[in-house]
Design a protein around this ligand. Structure first.
Ligand code: EPU
Length: 338
């Protein structure tokens, strides 16, 4: 276990926002977490768990003990008649893990290619893209309790996965450290191709029965075309959740804005495309201070260079106000604001 002081967090968050961790501990195993819990000084201090830093907005220095999760390792746990169960350490890069499963002939995660962040952070917000969510492929995870220092295995029911949501954002927020995650990749593999942009690729190429590798390549190309690469332009992916409204609310908005992009959900409610609404309010490509709205996807806020967290939040609030003013909808931010 390594304990460091006065560590810049700029390289550790994909928005490249400046902030300093007074104390940072690198965690490579369950035993490291237990050592922190048993430590005379660190044990009682408030903690902040940092994964790939791709879903946080840092607005200030961090007085909490920052636990930087670096648990390594990827392996096939079990091959069953109906599925492969594959495991990765929480510190493994998500995309690296997706590529590893495909290279080994265990398909099922290809729609989730190129999502920034780590394996350990993926269950926290139940990452999802192009018709697949983490919960659809989840088996179980190991976590260490930050009060007792004990390791536990949690299955799907306990994790309470929802749209960009889980128990780790609520009851277990700041309470446990995810150290390993296992995925259940069903056999026989079935591609998930219902998303409009994937259908478009099939039509363009004439490939009606793509391989998992083909879907992976398409998803990578779609993401590269409209989402900024955090290595080049600081960002945290979608900045707001797509709001879910009642059918009555949706009808009311359609009455005024017939073009609004919306998706009916199985429970009768309707999900609205927040990116479309922000775009409709004229924000695409706009800049406030050093923070801006990405030119190709209005749901993504970006660091134009040298932005600080408060500038990003100022821009976010201005967007929320204008969307509320026009549509009467309050957008909820997706990344964790610290
Ligand atoms: N749209 C616009 N203008 C924009 C942006 C979007 O008109 O500036 C329209 C699009 O044309 C489309 C609709 O809004 O008709 C939805 O856009 P898109 O397909 O890009 O998806 P999204 O709803 O904006 C969600 C996820 C993404 C995920 C994609 C693909 C959320 C908050 N975001 O975005 O996830 O990659 O679907 O599944 O659910 C992330 O969470 O960080 C993320 C990137």
């Amino acid at each position: 276990m390594q304990i460091e002081s006065g560590v810049s967090l700029k390289p550790f968050n994909t928005f490249h926002l400046p902030a300093v961790a007074h104390t940072l501990v690198r965690i490579a195993s369950d035993a490291d977490v237990t050592r922190v819990v048993d430590h005379p000084k660190l044990g009682r201090a408030p903690k902040f768990v940092l994964g790939g830093g791709s879903n946080i907005i840092l607005t200030r220095d961090m007085p909490q003990v920052v636990l930087k999760i670096e648990v390594p390792g990827m392996r096939l746990v079990e091959e069953r008649a109906d599925a492969w169960v594959v495991e990765a350490g929480a510190g493994v890069g998500w995309h690296e893990f997706v590529a590893y499963t495909l290279a080994n002939g265990w398909p099922g995660l290809e729609n989730l290619a190129l999502i920034p962040g780590t394996v350990g952070a993926a269950p926290v917000q139940n990452i999802g893209a192009y018709g697949v969510e983490l919960k659809d492929r989840f088996d179980s995870l190991d976590a260490v309790d930050l009060v007792t220092g004990r390791s536990v295995t949690l299955h799907s029911g306990v994790c309470a996965f929802g749209y960009r949501d889980s128990v780790f954002k609520h009851l277990l927020a700041g309470r446990s450290v995810i150290t390993r995650v296992r995925f259940c990749l069903p056999k026989p593999w079935q591609p998930v191709l219902g998303y409009l942009e994937l259908e478009r690729r099939m039509a363009e190429t004439g490939i009606t029965a793509p391989s998992a590798q083909q879907v992976f390549d398409w998803v990578c190309a779609i993401r590269r075309a409209k989402l900024p690469d955090p290595a080049l332009i600081g960002n945290a992916g979608s900045f707001f959740k797509n709001p879910v409204v009642t059918i009555e609310q949706c009808r009311d908005i359609i009455g005024r804005d017939p073009e609004i992009v919306h998706y009916p959900l199985p429970d009768g409610s309707v999900k609205l495309a927040a990116g479309w609404m922000i775009d409709a309010c004229g924000w695409k490509g706009k800049t406030v201070g050093n923070a801006g709205v990405y030119e190709k996807q209005a749901l993504v806020l970006v660091n134009r260079g040298g932005a600080i967290g408060s500038e990003v939040m100022l821009l976010a609030r201005a967007i929320q106000e204008s969307v509320y003013g026009r549509f009467g909808i309050r957008l909820e931010s997706e990344p964790v604001v610290v």
